[in-house]
Design a protein around this ligand. Structure first.
Ligand SMILES: *[C@@H]1O[C@H](CO)[C@@H](O)[C@H](O)[C@H]1NC(C)=O
Ligand SMILES: *[C@@H]1O[C@H](CO)[C@@H](O)[C@H](O)[C@H]1NC(C)=O
Ligand SMILES: *[C@@H]1O[C@H](CO)[C@@H](O)[C@H](O)[C@H]1NC(C)=O
Ligand SMILES: *[C@@H]1O[C@H](CO)[C@@H](O)[C@H](O)[C@H]1NC(C)=O
Ligand SMILES: *[C@@H]1O[C@H](CO)[C@@H](O)[C@H](O)[C@H]1NC(C)=O
Length: 288
């Protein structure tokens, strides 16, 4: 009994000695100079690691080009987006309830603001249509910043929000804007054939969709807006748009619409990537 107590006391004093041994002046079994060496070693070690990190980072950054992505997926066909952005790609409203489409109008007004003719004339060039606006760098000499082509708001005609400031929503003939996602260097057509958008109804809805109007005519994204050189090189780039106006869509029913890009260079969107070159959305126009 007393033996174990003795051992306990001995053990704890051993521990205390290990923590701080006043005889040898050792802390946790090491002398001050031994601790100092260890700290010094780790200090140098970590400084060395930090130095390596900074050096590799620096070399990495030197090889990166501000104006061009070093790596870019060879994305065959870009995705598309619509405006106004409804709830989950659903444009649903009642013609007679102003509040039901008011948000769409605000969204479109805001989105189209930089397309105002006055703004486009200030910032962009009047380019020759149906051909690429090529502005390559010559060797190491940068041709930056690069100019961009005007996309005037009035080119959207009935869907510009100028002649009809409610974009047709107040009369049950809504406009929907379509844009093609930006891909640096993409050439979306050849033989001066601009890619164009076509929309149709999906599945059983083909008798509900009614006639459509496209602006600019034929629903084209003119070749002059390509290639895109990137946000930094082409600061004032204005993404071309296609507006689709539903002239006589059936009321009080869901219409599943699909729009797609038609191009003689971009591959058809495959089944695997159902967002490539196409977009689907639901349209519902109620009359009360
Ligand atoms: C564009 O024009 C609309 C009216 O047509 C105006 O409300 C808006 O402020 C203009 N935006 C710019 C950026 O000039
Ligand atoms: C855009 O509009 C301005 C003035 O309204 C006009 O001078 C210019 O030629 C137009 N640009 C294009 C590409 O249509
Ligand atoms: C971009 O637009 C501004 C005016 O808003 C203009 O001063 C500038 O020259 C334009 N830059 C290019 C590269 O087009
Ligand atoms: C629209 O397409 C038709 C036939 O494809 C063509 O004749 C017409 O010139 C095109 N219009 C415009 C403005 O590109
Ligand atoms: C609109 O579509 C309805 C059928 O949904 C049809 O009865 C009507 O004649 C069409 N109106 C016009 C102007 O085409």
């Amino acid at each position: 009994m007393s033996g174990t107590k003795e051992e306990d006391r001995k053990g704890s004093s051993e521990w205390r000695n290990f923590f701080w041994n006043p005889r040898t002046h050792e802390l946790l079994g090491r002398t001050a100079s031994s601790w100092g060496l260890i700290l010094l070693f780790y200090l140098i070690f970590y400084l060395f690691l930090a130095g390596m990190f900074v050096l590799t980072m620096y070399i990495m950054l030197l090889t990166l080009d501000d104006y061009k992505p070093t790596w870019q997926d060879r994305l065959a066909t870009p995705g598309m987006m619509i405006r106004p952005k409804g709830n989950q790609l659903e444009i649903s409203f009642s013609v007679s309830e102003t509040e039901s489409w008011d948000g769409f109008i605000h969204n479109l007004n805001h989105f189209l603001s930089p397309y105002n003719n006055s703004y486009q004339v200030q910032t962009n060039d009047n380019c020759s249509p149906d051909q690429y606006f090529i502005q390559e760098d010559s060797g190491e000499v940068r041709n930056n910043p690069k100019r961009s082509c005007q996309f005037n708001r009035t080119m959207l005609e009935e869907c510009s929000g100028i002649s009809d400031r409610f974009y047709g929503y107040s009369s049950g003939q809504p406009c929907i804007l379509i844009k093609l996602n930006r891909v640096i260097g993409m050439l979306p057509g050849k033989d001066s054939q601009s890619p164009y958008v076509t929309c149709g109804a999906k599945r059983m809805d083909s008798d509900k969709i009614g006639p459509l109007a496209y602006y600019p005519p034929n629903g084209t994204f003119n070749l002059m807006y390509y290639p895109y050189y990137g946000k930094k090189a082409q600061v004032n780039y204005t993404q071309p748009l296609v507006a689709v106006k539903f002239l006589n869509a059936s009321l009080n029913t869901d219409i599943n619409v699909e729009c797609k890009i038609n191009s003689n260079t971009l591959a058809e969107g495959s089944e695997r990537d159902k967002f490539a070159g196409r977009i689907s959305f639901k349209l519902r126009i109620n009359d009360k």
